[in-house]
Each structure stands twice: as structure tokens, then as C-alpha cells.
Design a protein around this ligand. Structure first.
Ligand SMILES: Cc1cc2nc3c(=O)[nH]c(=O)nc-3n(C[C@H](O)[C@H](O)[C@H](O)COP(=O)(O)O)c2cc1C
Ligand code: SF4
Length: 326
């Protein structure tokens, strides 16, 4: 493997949440997977105060000391504690189906959600993001990520195809990132390469990428898919989908060589020599399946799909490959 590639544990909703807070299983899950070989663990899908979760098992950030315990557990093992800040909106319902048949309705509904929120409410959501930022910093997180992928609210707000005032939101996020850089905190934004709706994806993607690459985040964490359009793009399993995501991420990194990107989608299986130097490694399922994956890459995810607990109607992460924990 080529040296100089940073490894990230990318966003993951574990469901290890009791009364809206991370519980002991959550802390142990991240403790076991953190090590000096892992640059940063970005705990996934944490709802900003006053925000809305994507399901009932998404934790909301608060002043509760457990967040400090999570950050400390990661840091003590030699990994930078990171957090992905997210929200959906009132009335959001995540689809259980992997490919709901209503793609165009989801796009129309996304535009409607933004219009109905209006500029006052959007300003207040960005205010909540600032509150979340202060809480996360106090708790000890040192990499903060905006979850602007998967059709969640920040995704809609930053995309000119969904929000006519997206430029203003992006400017505010640029100021947010600069504020954190000034205090030596790493930043990233997670985006989706595609929504999964062919018509939507056919127009304006290149401009969108250019707009995101123009923002002063330390990393652009590249995902794909809208949750309510095509989940196969979010966690690709089929070889053709994995190849396509990899190729599109590499093309993006090559197009903007002065920016740093994170590749995910069984990223360590990709030939490291083919990866541009500004593209770093994001891991998820291989690290779920084997907490020691970075030391023993022969044993990883076998693509059984069992970890998609929400779609399968259960409420917490399980993986048959990983047997030494709950
Ligand atoms: C069970 C599960 C939950 C996930 N939850 C999140 C999440 O909360 N936020 C996010 O950005 N991505 C989430 N993802 C997507 C992963 O971050 C990752 O991009 C995807 O699984 C592809 O990487 P991999 O092949 O290394 O697993 C989740 C993936 C899985 C399998
Ligand atoms: S449950 Fe299956 S798909 Fe999920 S991490 Fe484990 S082996 Fe991989």
C-alpha cells in the first residue's frame, strides 16, 4: 500500500443509542476500532440540537458528558475524534426499501422542503449548527463534518438544483470551516456524487462539484446516493457499483488536485497505485466486520448486507463476521 494515505472511519449510524444518547455499546464499538493506524473516526449522523433524526436511533448532540466519553475513548486509542453533524426535517421518513419507486417525487419533495423552510428557518438551522459545533468542540471532537450527502437537509441546502439560495448557505459553511481551521480543527463536508435519479443527475453535477471544491474544507468526503432514492449507491455491494463509485471519486480528485478527498466503497480493495495522491481512504463495512481490519486486511466484510438494520426492520447494527462484541 502506498504511504501517505490517511485512513478514516467514515460516518456510520450504529443504533447503539439509549434515550437518544450513545450508550456503552457505542463507546466500546469506537474504542475497539480506533488505533494509531486510523487517522480519524467520524462518528455518524449526529443530529444537531433542535434538528431531526433520519430514524429514531440517531443520537442528538447535547451537553451530556457521554459525548466527551466517546471522544476520549477514540483519542485514547490514538485516533482523532471526528463527528458528522446532520439533520433531516420535521416529518422526514426514511424509506425501508433499497430502491423506492418514487425517485422523481423525492426530488420534487426536496425542493418543496427547502421552499417551505424559507430563509428565516434556514438561518436558524445554521445557528443550531453553530451550537452543535461549540458542543462538539467542548466534548473534544477535533474533526467536524457537515453531512451534506444522502438527501438529508444540508445536502438540499447546498445544491443550487434544489435550493435557489444555495450560494448563501455555501458562503456560511465556508465561514464555518474557516473558523474551525483558525483553531486547528479539521473539517470536512460529505457529499453525494449522484442522487440516483437519472434525470436529476444528468444536469448540473459538474457545476455542483466545482462549487463544493471551492469551499475551504480540509477534506471532501465523497459518498453517493439519496437515502430515499437509491441506497445501493450509498453502500455499494455489487462490483459494478463499487467500480463506478471508485472511478467517479478518482475523476473528481483528479479534477481538483489542490483539494483533498476521501474515497469510500471498500476503499482498501482499490489498487492503491491507481489512487491520486490527494485521495485518502475511508472505511466502513470492513472495519465493522473486523475491528482489527487495518492490522489484518485479509478478514473483512463479506457483503452479506445484514448491517442494514434499519432497512431490515431492526434497530441496531449487527454483523455475523464480527463476533467479539454485542
Ligand atoms: C450500517 C451502515 C450505516 C451507515 N450510516 C451512515 C451514516 O450515518 N452517515 C453516512 O454518511 N454514511 C453512512 N453509511 C455509509 C458509509 O459511511 C460508507 O460510505 C459506505 O458503507 C461505503 O463504504 P464501505 O464500503 O467501506 O462500507 C452507513 C453504512 C452502513 C453499512
Ligand atoms: S453485516 Fe455483512 S455487509 Fe455488513 S459489515 Fe458485516 S459482513 Fe459486511
Amino acid at each position: 500500500m502506498s504511504s501517505g494515505k490517511l485512513k478514516f472511519f467514515v460516518g456510520l449510524n450504529t443504533g447503539y443509542v439509549t434515550h437518544g444518547h450513545p450508550d456503552e455499546r457505542y463507546i466500546e464499538f469506537y474504542r475497539r476500532r480506533s488505533s494509531p493506524a486510523l487517522h480519524c473516526a467520524i462518528i455518524g449522523n449526529v443530529v444537531i440540537p433542535g434538528g431531526f433524526g433520519s430514524n429514531t436511533k440517531t443520537p442528538t448532540l447535547s451537553h451530556t458528558p457521554v459525548w466527551t466519553t466517546v471522544a476520549s475513548a477514540i483519542k485514547e486509542q490514538g485516533t482523532l475524534p471526528g463527528i458528522q453533524l446532520a439533520t433531516t426535517w420535521e416529518g422526514y421518513i426514511g424509506s425501508k426499501s433499497f430502491r423506492p419507486s418514487t425517485a422523481h417525487e423525492t426530488i420534487d419533495r426536496s425542493r418543496q422542503v427547502v421552499r417551505q423552510l424559507g430563509s428565516k428557518k434556514i438561518t436558524s438551522i445554521l445557528g443550531s449548527l453553530d451550537d452543535a459545533t461549540n458542543i462538539a468542540l467542548d466534548a473534544g471532537f477535533r474533526h467536524l463534518q457537515i453531512h451534506a450527502a444522502h438527501g438529508y437537509l444540508f445536502n438540499l441546502l447546498i445544491d443550487h438544483r434544489l435550493n435557489e439560495n444555495a450560494a448563501e448557505v455555501r458562503s456560511q459553511l465556508a465561514r464555518w470551516a474557516m473558523r474551525l481551521t483558525a483553531v486547528h480543527v479539521e473539517t470536512s463536508i460529505r457529499i453525494s456524487l449522484r442522487s440516483g435519479d437519472e434525470h436529476f443527475d444528468a444536469n448540473g453535477r459538474d457545476l455542483f462539484y466545482e462549487q463544493i471544491a471551492g469551499l475551504p474544507f480540509d477534506f471532501i468526503d465523497v459518498s453517493s446516493g439519496f437515502y430515499n432514492i437509491n441506497k445501493q449507491l450509498i453502500y455499494p455491494g455489487r462490483p459494478d457499483l463499487l467500480r463506478a463509485r471508485r472511478a467517479e471519486t478518482i475523476a473528481l480528485a483528479c479534477r481538483f488536485p489542490s483539494r483533498r478527498f476521501i474515497l469510500s466503497g471498500r476503499a482498501l480493495l482499490a489498487s492503491q497505485q491507481d489512487l491520486p495522491s490527494n485521495l485518502h481512504i475511508g472505511l466502513c463495512r470492513d472495519l465493522i466486520a473486523n475491528p482489527n481490519y487495518l492490522a489484518d486486511t485479509k478478514k473483512g466484510c463479506v457483503n452479506s448486507g445484514k448491517c442494514h438494520y434499519f432497512s431490515r426492520g431492526t434497530d441496531q447494527l449487527t454483523c455475523a463476521q464480527w463476533t467479539d462484541e454485542p
